[in-house]
Ligand binder design. Structure first.
Ligand code: ACO
Length: 402
């Protein structure tokens, strides 16, 4: 519910809405969600159709430019991106400076932040060519940065991008290939990862996207705004939930697969115990992305010849939750993160890396939303109000009187 605060400002009554549950921060033409009906559309196109028929770069173009590209437009966009996948050699040295066991999300965010020091010719938010250049640079370089973060964490050599491959194939090769050894891309694996990127590509004013917009509302450059978004995404209540789901499944398995006692701990609201991958601020129905991921999880695991008992455990857990009044009454359904971790694990990614994959997928959405805001003549610096509830005026107390 919305509480009306006590404060009257020169603009009128200040509303108090913790977590912005009912407060719109912007108008937008990018993504439509009907949380009660479980509908998600990018620029009007249903997510199910895009998942089936489109590709990640085509969806990126759609989100950023507003329309599906023609064949030539997509080719030009793709070619331009593939010419920007290399990182400046000095930026590569950053990866040597971080501790090997560092979490890859702050490594990713730091490297993206550093792009604004290496590519100073594309920082002006109001120069359309520069914005397009920083857009291309981000889309091209984030997979390279992500792959390098992974390679460093496992002590393996960094591979230069191979621009004859698609963005996703190239990313897989940089994550899993070795120098002087041909890397055979499994086309089904590449397709599956491309699909997961499409499903994550935008989700209107979620925590990380709102962060990107808020930081950018001060006319901060795109690299720095996206870097802030990556930090927001890392939290376990947001993108970090995909890693947390697998850790939860591991813990249940280690406990002998006792789902019922785990669910009881969740319902008893034991501190820190939640059913990760369940619940959503907007969806009060099955998350349509989760439905697509669930439907493909079996196929992908079969294709990769992986049998993972945690997939069965996840399905049982979902069944128990969906028939339990605690979850029914609160309209808690699986969100996109519930099944993705199992797929990422089957693909060979370490658990800590899952949120990095989410960031690569979400990048076009962040860019599209930042650009929409910058291009909107009505947009203003984001500056929420507050209702002050602290001490009224009082006199300073000298140290010897306290
Ligand atoms: N497990 C158990 N109980 C839950 C869960 C959950 N996953 N999610 C919500 N609840 C309960 C709350 O305890 C609360 O109960 P109450 O009414 O008795 O106090 C009620 O459901 C409403 O939950 P809120 O926390 O008020 O809902 P909110 O919209 O603020 O939070 C959120 C949404 C953060 C996603 C929450 O559902 C959650 O923490 N889920 C687990 C983490 C997760 O999967 N995050 C990924 C979100 S999707 C994404 O970012 C890609």
């Amino acid at each position: 519910g919305l509480e009306i605060g006590k404060l009257l400002s020169t603009e009128g009554v200040v509303t108090l809405d913790p977590g912005y549950t009912n407060t719109g921060s912007t108008t937008s033409k990018i993504t439509y969600i009907d949380g009660d009906a479980g509908i998600l559309r990018y620029r009007g196109y249903p997510i199910e159709q895009l998942a089936e028929k489109s590709s990640f770069l085509e969806v990126s173009y759609l989100l950023i430019h507003g329309e599906l590209p023609s064949k030539d437009e997509l080719q030009a966009f793709t070619d331009r991106i593939s010419r920007h996948t290399l990182l400046h050699e000095d930026l590569k040295r950053f990866f040597d400076g971080f501790p090997r066991d560092a979490h890859p999300m702050p490594v990713l965010s730091s490297a993206v932040s550093a792009l604004s020091t290496f590519y100073q010719d594309s920082l002006d938010p109001f120069n359309k060519d520069q914005v397009e250049l920083s857009t291309v640079r981000l889309l091209a370089k984030l997979p390279t940065i992500a792959a390098y973060a992974h390679r460093k964490s496992v002590g393996q050599p960094l591979l230069y991008p191979d621009n004859s491959m698609t963005l996703v194939e190239n990313f897989l090769r940089m994550c899993f290939g070795f120098p002087a050894e041909p890397y055979e891309v499994n086309p089904k694996l590449a397709k599956a990862l491309d699909l997961l990127f499409i499903l994550h590509a935008d989700h209107e004013q979620n925590c990380s996207t709102s962060t990107v917009r808020l930081v950018g509302s001060a006319h901060t450059n795109l690299f720095a705004s996206v870097s802030a978004g990556i930090h927001a995404l890392a939290g376990p209540l947001h993108g970090g939930a995909n890693s947390a789901v697998l850790e939860m499944l591991d813990a249940i398995q280690a406990d002998g697969g006792d789902i019922k006692s785990f669910v009881k701990r969740v319902k008893d609201k034991e501190p820190g115990v939640k059913l990760m991958g369940f619940g959503h601020r907007v969806y009060k129905n099955y998350d349509p992305r989760a439905a697509i991921v669930k439907a493909t999880a079996d196929d992908i695991l079969n294709e990769l010849h992986v049998t993972d008992p945690r997939l069965e455990l996840a399905k049982e857990l979902e069944q128990v939750a969906l028939t339990d009044d605690y979850f029914i009454s609160r309209k808690l359904y699986p969100n996109v993160d519930f099944y993705t971790g199992l797929i990422y694990k089957a693909m060979g990614f370490p658990t800590k890396f899952f949120t990095v994959l989410f960031a690569i997928g979400r990048l076009p959405g962040w860019i599209a939303q930042w650009r929409e805001m910058i291009e909107d003549p009505a947009s203003k610096i984001g500056r929420p109000r507050q209702v002050y509830v602290g001490e009224t005026e009082r006199d300073y107390v000298p140290m010897d009187k306290r």
